[in-house]
Design a protein around this ligand. Structure first.
Ligand code: NAD
Length: 480
């Protein structure tokens, strides 16, 4: 780490038509969530900027789709190498603007590089089909890139989210207009810079910031955009789906979750507590697959609550740049306010505070690691995604009861179960309505595995071959 990490923070800019644009009529102040200090002023796009980005994306798609896949793969592989070489600088920037620990931002930078490498290879295997037809005739099914993509990435994984929005479309032969969250612009700039330095043509990637609703309305109204990819809250996802309907654009929606955690009485208690405490602390719980609603079987309920409250409750919070810190601040003051409301509501409804439960004095958006026990089903925390360092615990008796609770909500992103019993693990894997299930683990993201949800958690997947196919359309050619 340099003696002055803030010195690594770049001048903020959009990237449109091959130029970094640092000046605009309107700007957004970017703040370090650990200290409240201003990091920079972010230029915001106007309608002219967005039109310029659309024109580039249209041009870029025409040339990029015709570019050999080997060249597209080379760009992604060189960008992955650059991300790895720049990991310390990028991780510092991401921690400054998002707050999570350096250990976490290093991991997500490496995960972004791994994703680029995966898609560089996967794009070469975009095989079609030859259908059985009478001699001398053919029917072919081919995959083609869908077209220019408008992609909206949130702030919670400032490096990996933009990487997810760029890797698969670029591999597939699409151009992309990326609008990352205005809270974490410099991390996205670093990902785009790696692609440019790797030789990605200027028209293929545009990076814009703005007033989110203005940008999405403008881009989604344009017939140039053929696909919308969004990660964020279910409410915003529904709004974008409605906008996309007018021009019938394809959509990938990675929306809110509310992950149930089923802790069976046969689990390895010590390992379960450790895994869940680390998983819950990750990015201070601001993760769409964060373990959230804990259902613990009667026989071990009290022991689990005591052990988890002691382990998670003692997570060291602080500035993410400090090597001793285990959990950073929340990304913005909105989240601190939300935690206050959620905890007050649970308390009012009879929940017991088994650890934490409050903010922290001084600058920065800190919230204590909070454990709520005996939480009634009606409490807000059991129904609305907390998106913060709050674990809500309730008890259950039978497997069926646990499944009923887990499937009760309209969300279905991630779910977790902890058990040493293979039959129980299988039954849970089959019965839970979720896009991803972790048995004895909270790690769900991998470059080669689809990441996405069911029900109101969204549709379509990122990562894995499925993420590439989501950037392609099929064409059937019958030839007699
Ligand atoms: P929010 O709903 O205001 O914004 C969520 C994200 O959507 C942000 O990145 C924002 O820039 C973007 N956004 C908002 N309105 C938009 C629009 N009209 N068009 C395009 N993009 C738009 O919430 P927030 O306060 O930033 O975050 C809190 C909530 O968002 C959480 O409760 C959580 O459910 C959700 N969230 C989910 C994820 C995820 O990984 N699924 C990530 C971040 C936030």
């Amino acid at each position: 780490m340099t003696t002055n990490p803030q010195a690594t923070y770049p001048r903020l800019a959009m990237y449109i038509a091959g130029r970094w644009i640092t000046a605009a009529d309107r700007t957004h102040r970017v703040v370090n969530p650990a200290t409240g200090e201003t990091l920079g002023e972010l230029p915001l796009a106007n309608a002219g900027d967005l039109d310029a980005a659309l024109q580039c994306a249209e041009r870029g798609f025409r040339t990029w789709r015709a570019t050999p896949v080997a060249e597209r793969a080379r760009v992604l592989q060189d960008a992955a190498r650059l991300l790895r070489a720049r990991v310390e600088q990028i991780a510092t920037i991401a921690t400054l603007e998002e707050g999570k620990t350096l250990a976490e931002t290093r991991i997500e930078t490496m995960a972004c590089a791994a994703l680029f490498d995966f898609y560089a290879e996967e794009a070469k295997r975009t095989y079609g089909r030859v259908l059985v037809r009478p001699a001398g005739t053919r029917s072919l099914v081919v995959h083609e890139p869908v077209g220019p993509v408008a992609a909206f990435a949130p702030w919670n994984f400032p490096v990996h989210n933009p990487g997810r929005k760029l890797g698969a479309p670029i591999a597939a032969g699409c151009s992309v207009i990326l609008k990352p969250a205005e809270e974490t612009p410099a991390s996205a700039m670093a990902v785009v810079q790696a692609l440019i330095d790797a030789g990605c043509p200027a028209d293929v990637v545009q990076l814009v910031f703005g007033v989110p609703d203005e940008v999405s309305r403008h881009l989604l109204a344009s017939p140039v955009i053929r696909k919308v990819s969004f990660t964020g809250s279910t409410a915003v996802g529904k709004h974008l789906l409605r906008l996309a309907a007018d021009t019938v654009k394809r959509t990938t929606m990675e929306l809110g979750g509310h992950a149930p955690v089923i802790v069976f009485d046969d689990c390895d208690l010590e390992r379960t507590v450790e895994t869940l405490a680390v998983g819950k602390a990750r990015n201070a719980g601001q993760v769409c697959v964060s373990p959230t609603r804990f259902y613990v079987q009667d026989a071990i309920h009290d022991r689990f609550v005591a052990a988890f409250a002691s382990r998670f409750g003692n997570t060291r919070i602080g500035n993410g740049l400090d090597g001793q810190t285990q959990m950073g601040p929340l990304a913005n003051p909105r989240r601190v306010e939300a935690m206050g409301e959620i905890v007050a509501d649970a308390r009012r409804q009879g929940a017991r505070i088994a650890g934490g439960g409050d903010g922290v004095d001084g600058p920065g958006n800190y919230w204590q690691p909070t454990i709520l026990a005996d939480v009634p089903i009606t409490a807000r925390v059991m129904n609305d995604e907390p998106f913060g360092p709050v674990a809500a615990i309730a008890r259950f008796g039978s497997l069926d009861e646990a499944v009923e609770q887990a499937n009760r909500l309209p969300f279905g992103l991630a779910a977790f179960a902890f058990t040493e019993n293979a039959r129980r693990a299988n039954l849970i894997g089959d019965a839970i309505e979720a896009g991803m299930i972790g048995i004895n683990t909270t790690g769900l993201a991998a470059a080669d595995a689809p990441f996405g949800g069911v029900k109101q958690s969204g549709h379509g997947a990122e990562d894995g071959p499925e993420g590439l196919m989501a950037c392609m359309v099929t064409k059937t050619i019958h030839q007699v």
